[in-house]
Write a protein that binds this ligand. Structure first.
Ligand SMILES: [Zn+2]
Length: 64
């Protein structure tokens, strides 16, 4: 399943990457950086991008 992480404001000083797919899948531990507050939106967006890309790559590997 493709993951679609989104970046949200957590507090005025921090950002958080939320991944609906990871939250739905209770048996799988969320990867590092997911559902964890970070200090800048740039870091959060990088984590979100990496997470989406990694999951997609893994699926291609398993399928092929
Ligand atoms: Zn995820």
């Amino acid at each position: 399943m493709q993951h679609h992480p989104v970046v949200r404001h957590s507090t005025p000083d921090s950002w958080i990457v939320i991944c609906p797919e990871c939250q739905r899948d209770k048996e799988e531990t969320p990867p590092v950086g997911i559902n964890l507050p970070v200090s800048t939106s740039a870091i959060a967006e990088m984590l979100a991008t990496n997470h989406a890309r990694r999951r997609g790559g893994l699926e291609r590997k398993l399928a092929g």
